[in-house]
Design a protein. Sequence first.
Length: 147
Amino acid sequence: MPNSESGEDPLTKKDAFRDDKDISFWDGIARSELRIKKCNACGIVLSPGALFCSECWSGELTAIKASGRGMVHSFVVYHRAFSENETPPYNVAIIALEEGPRIVSVVDGSDRLQVGNIVEAVWLSTPAQCPALRFAVVDDTGRKKEN
Ligand SMILES: [Zn+2]
């Protein structure tokens, strides 16, 4: 029986990317919230998919709501669509969240994306999926200087 513990929300049930290993993350996505984990034992903040603490190995983690802001750590430009929601070319970035963890996401709307750009979570509604998490550039003054 698929994911009966999370309530069978019809929006999230259709999401092909949903992973039952991290129900709190996907329940957050369905509510347009980015949820990450915090270790109850040592207080470190972890990525959304963490199942145990990488510092103290505790399995006692609590899901917390992230600010949704971060900085582009690295990125690539996809020239083929790996999702029906995307039209190539599009940016896929490693984003260092304000809270510390890094996540991978699409960054919308910039053909001049740079490492150091400040980005913020935005939510795309799609008929076939729950809200899709992506990011948009809100401050590009942190871009690297070209010499
Ligand atoms: Zn810990």
